[in-house]
Design a protein around this ligand. Structure first.
Ligand code: ATP
Length: 234
């Protein structure tokens, strides 16, 4: 479904990604792991059209999407839930979800997606009229993921849902992603929480200093010596 081939990308004078090749198949739940500054967010931003690749190809369902603007990538069915969430604090939960559906004209679809979001996150339903700026950190993450689902993406890119969250809300966010995956959503998840993530996903890549250094099933990577030493403290 998604393929990056020999992608190099970065910011003006700083090249961050070097020869990154990865793929995500339809229905797969894949993680991109690695330390701070490895280039995980840059990889998602390159897929989402927020950063243009210097070299290499990014393709989605066989079509090259490198060079497309973010709104064009979004219309092709790629949703991006960024680390910074970008919610509208002075708008309610419901209004923020509707903003996520701005490009959807079919009211039935909006209703169905809203129902899905409230089913995954009953807490958001309870707080649907509350201002986003007054939600807890965990609820804000739920809202950002929910808003990402409103345009009916077929691939969801999720950047560090555990960032800044206590263990219980982190587990709730992971549980929601697992449920989404079980319903057939294709997910590419960026995380630093290696232990929990590898137990959750089908497959993962490890990115270090802008290069993919390992790839494998969650089970295989949990047993890998480098992963154990560098990320699990074993
Ligand atoms: P983290 O887990 O800490 O978010 P990451 O693996 O997601 O790290 P990136 O955010 O992709 O890493 O950053 C990779 C490198 O690119 C870092 O050295 C960072 O300082 C740099 N960088 C990120 N965004 C920009 C930007 N807008 N302009 C210039 N450099 C940037």
């Amino acid at each position: 479904m998604l393929e990056l081939r020999n992608v190099e990308s970065g910011y003006q004078l700083l090249q961050v990604l070097w020869d990154v090749t990865l793929h995500v198949d339809e229905g797969e739940f894949v993680a991109l792991l690695g330390p701070n500054g490895a280039g995980k967010t840059t990889t998602l931003r390159t897929i989402a059209g927020l950063v243009q690749p210097i070299r290499g190809t990014v393709s989605f369902r066989g079509r090259s999407i490198g060079g497309l603007a973010p709104h064009q990538v979004s219309r092709m069915g790629i949703g991006y839930v960024s680390e910074s969430l970008n919610l509208f604090p002075a708008m309610s939960v419901l209004e923020n979800l509707l903003v996520g559906a701005y490009a959807v004209t079919d009211k039935t679809k909006i209703r169905a997606n809203m129902d899905l979001v409230f089913e995954l996150f009953p807490r958001l339903h309870e707080r649907r009229d509350q201002l986003a700026g007054t939600l807890s950190g965990g609820e804000r993450k739920m809202l950002a993921i929910g808003r990402g689902l409103m345009p009916s993406p077929s691939l969801l890119l999720v950047d560090e849902p555990s960032l800044g969250l206590a263990p219980i809300p982190t587990l709730a966010a992971f549980e929601a992603l697992k449920q989404l995956s079980q319903r057939g959503m294709t997910i590419l998840l960026v995380e630093q929480n290696v232990n929990t993530t590898l137990r959750l996903v089908d497959r993962a890549y490890v990115l270090e200093q802008g290069r993919i250094v390992l790839e494998g099933t969650g089970e295989r990577l949990l047993a890998d010596n480098h992963v154990q030493e560098a990320y699990l403290g074993i």
